[in-house]
Ligand binder design. Structure first.
Ligand code: AMP
Ligand code: GLY
Length: 427
């Protein structure tokens, strides 16, 4: 088989590496990829958002399976486009991808089908939003731009004055562009976050092991939200009881709801959860794998990933058995200094091979580029340094040992990835 992976971040590097392990696969392409992916796949210089360009390439090259990493092409309808041309592609249709593409749609669907989530109101008009905020008694509240905003369109407002400013910025000044045309105002949920990611073939739900992301830029979960500064799997906060609740109260009803709406779901469904006193509640749905959760999950997956994806497309997921490496995995993201704000690019990275040579270590590239025989930084999140270990504490020690081998000017990473779980498991 010839497989095309769409995207160029750490998630896509982990996908490429796992897809290459499949005995069914002869050749892997990646569009647009990065310097690390270039060692394992043939790079195609087409941006992930250029769905028409990707279609022409897939036809020309006779690609047997296309795997989409990021949400933008899914929300733009890449699956509908490829399917109409009889090309096999893994992911949800445009209509189903609206579950991530519009927070207002996702919230309304959850409300209608009694899926546990924060109470909320959707607004199209800034004056209506303000009038509502004046009636709020419980602070903080959470304000979310409706559309795609790369994880940055969510603001926790502690007071009416703060919320007022956010409404002005999102709805009136359009700080997040069209994504802020509509805004969701919702209840603040307390608890611990976790990610549950499942393969869904329309009927069968195959739930992957739980993982936990670290969204804040700085140690102790302080600082601005980022795309994710690290992740680990399994996540002890997701006990068997919590997982049962997630499947019964969240995944089954939402897959049913999408079916009822004529938006049958095929692909990956990611539920971002807050696990508090009242049980798990949905913070958001994503229609793709998480980044960096994927970098912690896929090294643990023993089942052939291509077999899983093909079964999802064919509706035969019930015949595939999920098998896991019992070891834990932990991924530390190394970012450019300044991220998620302004940062410099083009810094030379050293020590990559020494880190990768360590036992159980995978160095996944995110924002990197080749420049005259060197590997240089080319994005905010630069690397996802993952290690497998006997338990989370061991995986954490190994991941940080690998991070210690890698250098580039201005490198920033959190030193406490896994802090909740490692405290929870080691007395
Ligand atoms: P989202 O993109 O909707 O997942 O929001 C991004 C991040 O904001 C989440 O990972 C949480 O850390 C935080 N967040 C979102 N919604 C809420 C909420 N209702 N209560 C508390 N924190 C939230
Ligand atoms: N790690 C969060 C996300 O992929 O949205």
């Amino acid at each position: 088989m010839k497989v095309l992976v769409v995207g160029g971040g750490g998630r896509e590097h982990a996908l490429v590496r796992k897809i290459r392990e499949s005995p069914r696969v002869r050749q892997v392409f990646c569009a647009p990829g990065n310097a690390g992916i270039a060692r394992e796949a043939k790079l195609v210089p087409i941006p992930a958002e250029d769905v028409k360009g990707l279609l022409s390439f897939a036809k020309e090259e006779e690609i047997d399976l296309t795997v989409v990493g990021p949400e933008a092409p899914l929300c733009a309808g890449i699956v509908d486009l490829f399917t109409a041309e009889h090309l096999r592609i893994f992911g949800p249709t445009k209509a189903a991808a609206e579950l991530e593409g519009s927070k207002a749609f996702a919230k309304s669907l959850m409300q209608k089908h009694l899926v546990p989530t924060a109470t909320f109101r959707n607004f199209r008009d800034s004056e209506d939003a303000r009038a509502y905020l004046h009636t709020v008694l419980d602070w903080p509240v959470v304000l979310k731009a409706d559309g795609l905003a790369a994880g940055k369109g969510v603001i926790v407002a502690k007071s009416l004055a703060e919320a007022d400013e956010v409404i002005e910025e999102m709805m009136e000044r359009r700080a997040f562009g069209e994504a802020g045309r509509r805004v969701v105002v919702e209840e603040f949920l307390a608890g611990e976050e976790a990610s549950i990611i499942a393969f869904i073939d329309g009927g069968t739900i195959a739930v992957l092991e739980a993982s936990q992301d670290h969204k804040a830029a700085l140690d102790g979960d302080r600082g601005p939200n980022t795309g994710g500064m690290g992740a680990y799997s399994p996540a002890p906060v997701v006990t068997d009881r919590v997982l049962d609740q997630v499947v019964r109260d969240i995944l089954v009803p939402i897959v049913h709801a999408l079916h009822v709406e004529n938006r049958d779901y095929r692909g990956i469904l990611y539920a971002g959860l807050m696990i508090g006193k009242g049980g798990p509640k949905v913070l958001e749905f994503n229609v793709r794998l998480g980044d960096p959760e994927t970098q912690a999950l896929l090294p643990r997956l023993k089942t052939d990933l291509v077999e899983m994806m093909e079964a999802t497309i064919d509706g035969t997921l019930d015949r595939v058995e999920l098998r896991w490496d019992p070891r834990a995995a932990l991924c530390v993201v190394m970012a450019s200094g300044g991220y998620p704000g302004r940062y410099e690019k083009g810094r030379t990275i050293s020590g990559l091979d020494e880190a990768e040579a360590l036992d159980g270590v995978h160095v996944f590239h995110a924002g990197t580029e080749a420049a005259g025989g060197r590997t240089v930084t080319a994005g905010g999140r630069v690397l996802g340094v993952t290690a497998l270990g006997a338990d989370l504490a061991d995986a954490q020690a190994r991941a940080y040992a690998a991070v210690g081998k890698i250098r580039f000017e201005g490198a920033h990473y959190r030193r406490d990835i896994g802090h909740r779980a490692v405290k929870a498991v080691s007395p």
